[in-house]
Design a protein around this ligand. Structure first.
Ligand SMILES: Nc1nc2c(ncn2[C@@H]2O[C@H](COP(=O)(O)OP(=O)(O)O)[C@@H](O)[C@H]2O)c(=O)[nH]1
Ligand SMILES: [Mg+2]
Length: 209
C-alpha cells in the first residue's frame, strides 16, 4: 500500500530516497485536531509513509459518559494519547503529523503538542460541527495558522465550503477544504493547503513577527 507513495519520493538521480541520504532538508510539524470521531486517526494513517504510531484503546464501558459518543455509533476505538505519522514531500520537506487527542480530559497535552508547529488541520464532520468548535477556538486564540478540512462522510449531506465557513463562523481568509480522510491524495491536498496558507500568513506578517 505504501509502495506507490514511496516510489515518488525517490531521488530521480540515483533512485534513493531522502532518508538514505542525510534525511529531509526541512521538517515541519503539523497538528491534526478536531472533535471526537471526525477522522483524525484515519487521516494520519492514510498519508503516513511510516506505520503510524497509534495509541488506541477499545472503547469500553469505562469511557461511556466520559467520551461523547453521540453521533459516532460506529466507532469502536479511541485515541488515548495521540497519532503520529510522517510524510515526505518531493522537495525534501518532511511533515511530521501529530493527531491531537480528541477527548477533553487530554487537553493538557495541547500546549506541549502545539509548540513549534507550523499549523493545524482542524477536521470537521458536517453532522457534528460543534465537535470541532473547541479546536478552532484554541488555534484562533493561539494565533496558530489552521485550515478546516471537512471530512465528507458518505452518509452526510454535502455543503459548499462557504456554507460551512459561515456555520463555523471562521475568518474569510481561513481555507475550508473538503476532503476524504481515508484517501492519501485527498489528505495530502489538505496538508499542502495548510503549508501554503501558513506561508502566505508568514509572508503577510510584518517583519520581525
Ligand atoms: N465513511 C467514512 N468513514 C470515515 C471517514 N473518516 C473516518 N471514518 C470512520 O469514522 C470513524 C472515526 O474515525 P477516527 O479516525 O477514529 O476519528 P478520530 O476520533 O478523529 O481519530 C472510524 O470508524 C473511521 O473508519 C470518512 O472519510 N468516511
Ligand atoms: Mg483518533
Amino acid at each position: 500500500m505504501n509502495s506507490a507513495r514511496s516510489d515518488e519520493l525517490h531521488d530521480p538521480v540515483d533512485g534513493r530516497s531522502d532518508d538514505e541520504h542525510d534525511g529531509p532538508r526541512v521538517a515541519l510539524k503539523i497538528l491534526v485536531a478536531g472533535g471526537f470521531g471526525v477522522g483524525k486517526t484515519t487521516l494520519v494513517g492514510a498519508v503516513s509513509e511510516i506505520r503510524p504510531l497509534r495509541t488506541e484503546e477499545a472503547l469500553t464501558d469505562v469511557s461511556v459518559g466520559i467520551d461523547d459518543l453521540e453521533g459516532v455509533a460506529a466507532k469502536r476505538t479511541t485515541t488515548v494519547a495521540m497519532d503520529f505519522g510522517r510524510i515526505t514531500l518531493r522537495d525534501g520537506v518532511a511533515i511530521y503529523l501529530f493527531g491531537t487527542p480528541g477527548q477533553e480530559r487530554f487537553w493538557f497535552m495541547w500546549n506541549e503538542l502545539s509548540r513549534g508547529a507550523l499549523g493545524a488541520v482542524v477536521l470537521a464532520d458536517t453532522r457534528r460541527l460543534t465537535a470541532s468548535f473547541a479546536s478552532i477556538d484554541y488555534f484562533e486564540e493561539k494565533g496558530t495558522p489552521f485550515v478546516v478540512a471537512v471530512n465528507c462522510f458518505d452518509d452526510a449531506d454535502r455543503y459548499e465550503s462557504n456554507e460551512i465557513r459561515g456555520a463555523l463562523d471562521i475568518d474569510p481568509h481561513v481555507p475550508v477544504i473538503l476532503c476524504d480522510a481515508r484517501r492519501a491524495d485527498s489528505a495530502k491536498k489538505v496538508l499542502v493547503g495548510l503549508v501554503e496558507h501558513a506561508l502566505r500568513l508568514a509572508g503577510a506578517a510584518p517583519a520581525g513577527r
